[in-house]
Write a protein that binds this ligand. Structure first.
Ligand code: CP
Length: 323
């Protein structure tokens, strides 16, 4: 494994600040580590003696479980911090919570928080590694990386590079940390990106994220042009006002249905970060159909999170242990 030579960070706060080489380092490390999950004993001693804490202030199925399993596959000890039964309920601040956790000898805090910037704040007040597991509408870097890994894996097998691809990100972009991480990563690796949705959810100022992205409001016109469709969840919990007249109307214009899939290239790849609103942004027969890589995204997330933990927490000490 050579990625640790180009990786010097102890935190992963977002993909915006990473170079293309750093992103490729993570993807290549994930590729090497993916094999561990196929072994009969699914463990390497890479992070033996290290401790990871999951500090999730928002609910999660995939990310939290995936980080726990990733740490266990690397032989780290894992603590799931329960926010609801902690002293956060007595008013303890995020900073104090993290500093007290760190004082128990923790090596890495994986944090999800409703406030954009919370992981950055933590990284400034603790010595240990901090990994962003999703902060507000800012970034969800490991989701962006696992999406990229899944795209690369699919299209490399067909002889194409990420820079050859056109990716549509569809739906609630304005509120989406997944979209931001995808946009940063895909554009750094040379992909063409088009954001699609109603103007309330894809306002013109989204172009400020990156000058090369395109914005479209007619999904049917975009579908025939793209290699990948990343369908995003409508985040009802983050919508501040009615962004579309009705769920039925949204689904009619922007839901990915079996009929709409017929407009696409025959080898189009369908992604969704989950959790899905089945029947709203994506229909069941598409989500579970031949073009969908939704469960493969989840499997790849494990390898990607192993890579992130390995690089941020243990890369300098573990190369000798992996052989
Ligand atoms: N994609 C994602 O972040 O899912 P969870 O909210 O279940 O972690």
């Amino acid at each position: 494994m050579t990625a640790e030579r180009t990786w010097t960070r102890s935190h992963l706060l977002g993909l915006e600040e990473l170079s293309a080489d750093e992103i490729l380092s993570i993807l290549d490390t994930a590729q090497s580590l993916k094999e561990v999950s196929t072994r009969s004993i699914k463990k390497v001693p890479a992070l033996r003696g290290k401790v990871m804490v999951n500090l999730f202030f928002e609910d999660s199925t995939r990310t939290k479980t995936s980080f726990s399993l990733a740490a266990q596959r690397l032989s780290a000890d894992v603590i799931d911090f329960s926010v609801s039964t902690s002293s956060v309920s007595k008013g303890e601040t995020l900073r104090d919570t993290a500093r007290n956790i760190e004082a128990m000898g923790v090596d890495v805090i994986v944090v999800r928080h409703r406030s954009s910037g919370a992981p950055l704040l933590l990284s400034q007040c603790v010595e240990c590694s901090v990994i962003n597991a999703g902060d507000g509408s800012h970034e969800h870097p490991t989701q962006g990386l696992l999406d990229l890994f899944t795209i690369r894996e699919t299209f490399e097998a067909r002889g194409k590079k990420i820079s050859d691809l056109h990716v549509a990100i569809v739906g609630d972009i304005a509120n989406s940390r997944v979209a931001r991480s995808n946009i940063h990563a895909l554009t750094k690796l040379g992909a063409r990106v088009t954001l699609v949705g109603p103007s309330t959810l894809v306002p013109g100022d989204m172009k400020k994220i990156h000058p090369n992205i395109a914005i479209a409001h007619d999904l049917d016109a975009v579908l025939p042009q793209v290699d990948v469709i990343n369908m995003l969840r409508i985040q009802f919990e983050r919508l501040t006002s009615a962004a579309f007249p009705s769920v039925r109307e949204y689904s009619r214009f922007f839901g990915l249905t079996h009929e709409r899939l017929k407009l696409c290239r025959p080898d189009v790849l369908v992604l969704h970060p989950g959790p899905m609103n089945r029947g709203l942004e994506i229909n069941t027969n598409v989500a579970d159909g031949d073009h969908s890589a939704i469960l493969r995204q989840v499997s790849n997330g494990l390898a990607v999170r192993m890579a992130v933990l390995y690089l941020c927490v243990g890369a300098n000490s573990v190369a000798r242990n992996l052989a």
